[in-house]
Ligand binder design. Sequence first.
Ligand code: AP5
Ligand code: ZN
Length: 214
Amino acid sequence: MNIILLGPPGAGKGTQAQRLVAERGMVQLSTGDMLRSAVAKETPVGLKAKAVMEAGELVSDAIVSALIGEHLDGSDGKGAIFDGFPRTKHQAEALEILLAERGRKLDHVVELEVNEEALVDRITGRFSCASCGTGYHDTFKQPKVEGTCDVCGAHEFKRRPDDNEQTVRTRMAEYRAKTAPILPYYEDKGLVRRVDGMASVDAVAAQIDSILDG
Ligand code: AP5
Ligand code: ZN
């Protein structure tokens, strides 16, 4: 099973992808995580991407499509969750080719429908474990024991440099201008499944489960 989680910044793509990894053994392919790792390691890709990401704009199609190509084989047989990719029509076409070359195909495009204004609070309150990457939120998802990661027990947390309100607004404008227009491409293929992304994390998870199991 190969699925895309599609939705604007803060829609809950990463949160739901992490859960599907834990519960179903699927593989999360997040271009945002791949790019942040490249930035941290100061690779040639990271050096190019850093300023673009901090401005909230999209990194080039060639870079992100190549990153997905490098990581795709690791999900063979387990199923892939594409999180934050594709983000343009060009990336959607590149993904189709990458999958077809491997005898694989997309099963569902899950669109998380959300109210953008509420997402600003979600994003500016977000933090994650510096050790294992598990995501948390100041209001919606605190660690069970204050200051301790639920998953790995580490005590250090971090926030993303692009999680300030101004950059979030640019990221949302990029989503509306370049990413939302790929929905008709997938609608024509009959792949789009809509879920209410404003429901609780567990309720969104239940909607996604019924799509995957249905
Ligand atoms: P990326 O890392 O993909 O960021 P994004 O799309 O902006 O999405 P986010 O990670 O902000 O949100 P999310 O939907 O995963 O929400 P989350 O689950 O964390 O991209 C970053 C940058 O990299 C881009 O701006 C671009 O520059 C570049 N890039 C990446 N991919 C690219 C590509 N393909 N092409 C070009 N450039 C690319 O949830 C948010 C918060 O809300 C969390 O704290 C969570 O706990 C909470 N929450 C989640 N669900 C709920 C719920 N149901 N109720 C209440 N709270 C919730
Ligand atoms: Zn952790």
